[in-house]
Write a protein that binds this ligand. Structure first.
Ligand SMILES: O[C@H]1[C@H](O)[C@@H](O)[C@H](O)[C@@H](O)[C@H]1O
Length: 560
């Protein structure tokens, strides 16, 4: 397959595919054994199937952890930049445009990030196919740094909006491409855990943002430090990723087979029978690419259309016209939509306002409990996700969210107050008149809700890339990420008006209802992906949602 990622001819044979390795690259790494059985496995590769399962249960050496943490720094940046806004807004004072921020300024500064993330994420899918996953992360780093520096140095409201929008482009591309990068380098048995590291870094970034916000909240002009510090991890990640490799799957797709073998060998270096495992992974990747080439037909661009546009439209057609791909996209978008529409980020962005309204003496500190709980339970998920399984984790945790939200709604109704979004007294009837019981009850419910969210919905949807076959993986992940940001934008925009016009009780009741509907959808259409090779998922979704089949395969694997 050529470097631009165009599919190979239908009847590609092994020799042809070897020829497609760019010449100078083949020269550098020297000839090596053929790795591929392009259309159906040759006897050689059948033999590889006998690799003992224990070898494929490899839990990763240091190299894979370095790759994951380096790529995951994007999560830290994305968490920091989304978590930082609440403290920034309350500390800007008169520093921008020589006047206090209006409500419109606040809304624009907050929501432009999600809006630009929404715009960037689907394009990221196309870019990550054309230029590679790693290069897109590097571009996102530049955007993160430029956006942070513009915010830190501006003296105008519009400058802040421009800076936050540029950060939004970075957040959108980083959040689409980083899970893709991690899942493409991860050995299948620890893929869930490795992708969960991304969620850990996101939620860790949010905790850091809250703590830094709190530390600088009393310093004059402290907000400039708060937003400017966002540039530091971007510089770090840029430096580290310059020396780290592209994913083996993208390399094979682009024709750099020898480099892919080198990267896979480093990933599996401590694994018993490393060579055989690498050959087997290569065989799976190449088998998948050859199959897709057969399905897609001619790879040459007709007429004067640019090749990349032709490739992108071929992929889009394959994503929407192929039943299995359409199902993968439906599941990924459903999970990402649910992750946001369950309302969690209304706490992330507005918990300060909620706790002020409930008359907590230190709302910022109280908000920190939400961020810390979110982080700690993502850590629990990190330990358990591959053992319990993605589907089961969601089926257990979403009902807890429903119950916690329902009790939260009931507690708000018992407070018998209406929501008035004007500080300092946000409730017409101050709740402390009615005692601290219900505010504490609400805090408890929101903490339980956050814990259940972090355990399941906060991280499982980011496993999205594993649902898609290679040729539509990047585009599918980009569209699912766009669903995340679109829903995030919607929740950010509607939370305060819902609290005001529908009452807090009904707002939280609506979130409970969304979660309940989400549970039914997860149960009906989300198969168990834990432990499955990226190349096996396609078969699972080919003729249906694959739920039963996935549970059967998992039970078999566990018995083994
Ligand atoms: O996975 C993350 C995490 O759960 C964050 O706490 C949340 O703010 C993000 O929206 C979500 O995508």
């Amino acid at each position: 397959m050529p470097i631009d990622g165009t599919p190979a001819d239908d009847n590609t044979d092994e020799a042809e595919l070897q020829d497609m390795i760019p010449r100078e690259e083949a020269d550098q790494s020297g000839p090596h054994e053929p790795l591929l059985a392009p259309t159906g496995a040759s006897p050689d590769y059948e033999a590889d199937d006998e690799i003992p399962a224990s070898e494929l249960r490899y839990s990763g050496g240091w190299f894979i952890w370095i790759l994951t943490f380096s790529a995951g720094l994007s999560g830290l940046l994305f968490g920091y930049d989304t978590g930082v806004i609440s403290s920034t807004l309350v500390t800007i004072g008169f520093d921008l445009s020589n006047r206090p921020l209006t409500t419109l300024d606040e809304s624009l500064i907050t929501s432009c990030t999600s809006l630009f993330a929404l715009i960037a994420s689907p394009f990221t899918g196309v870019l990550a196919d054309k230029c590679g996953r790693r290069r897109v992360i590097l571009v996102a780093d530049v955007l993160f740094a430029v956006g942070a520096l513009i915010q830190a140095s501006t003296s105008q409201v519009w400058g802040m909006i421009v800076g936050r929008s540029i950060v939004g482009l970075a957040v959108g591309s980083a959040s689409a491409v980083t899970p893709l990068y991690i899942s493409e380098v991860a050995p299948s048995h620890i893929r869930g855990r490795l992708v969960t590291i991304l969620s850990l870094l996101i939620t860790g970034g949010q905790v850091v943002a809250y703590v830094i916000g709190w530390l600088f909240s009393r310093t004059t002009g402290g907000w400039r430090w708060i937003v400017g510090l966002g540039a530091a991890p971007a510089f770090l990640q840029f430096a580290v990723l310059m020396i780290l490799p592209e994913t083996p799957r993208w390399l094979v797709q682009a024709g750099f087979d020898n480099q892919a073998v080198v990267v896979l060998t480093r990933i599996y270096q401590d694994c018993p029978g490393c060579d055989r495992v690498v050959r087997r992974v290569m065989r799976d990747i190449k088998g998948e690419i050859a199959e897709e080439a057969l399905e897609l037909g001619p790879s040459k661009v007709p007429g004067t259309q640019p090749q990349w546009l032709y490739d992108a439209s071929q992929r889009a057609r394959d994503l929407f016209h192929n039943g299995g791909n359409r199902r993968a996209l439906t599941i990924a978008m459903m999970l990402q939509g649910l992750q946001q529409l369950c309302g969690f980020n209304s706490l992330m962005y507005f918990s300060g306002i909620i706790f002020t309204a409930l008359s907590f003496s230190s709302p910022t500190l109280t908000s920190l409990t939400v961020a810390v709980t979110n982080f700690l339970f993502t850590l629990v998920a990190f330990g358990l996700i591959d053992r319990i399984g993605r589907r089961r984790i969601l089926l257990y945790s979403i009902p807890v969210m429903v119950v916690a939200l329902a009790f939260c709604a009931l507690s708000f109704s018992s407070l018998d107050v209406s929501w008035d979004p004007q500080p300092p007294s946000r409730h017409r009837d101050a709740p402390d008149k009615q005692g601290a019981f219900y505010p504490l009850m609400i805090l408890l419910c929101l903490t339980i809700y956050t814990a259940a969210y972090a355990f399941g919905l906060g991280n499982v949807p980011w496993q999205q890339s594993e649902l898609f076959p290679l040729n539509v993986r990047s585009l599918g992940s980009g569209l699912a990420t766009a669903t995340n940001w679109g829903s995030n934008f919607l929740v950010g925009l509607t939370f305060l008006p819902m609290m005001k016009w529908m009452s807090p009780t009904w707002t939280f009741a609506v979130y409970a209802l969304v979660c309940a509907i989400g549970w039914v959808a997860v149960r009906a259409i989300y198969p168990e992906m834990s432990g499955m090779g990226l190349e096996d998922v396609k078969g699972l979704l080919a003729d249906g949602w694959g739920v039963e089949e996935s549970l059967r395969r998992r039970a078999d694997a566990q018995q083994e």
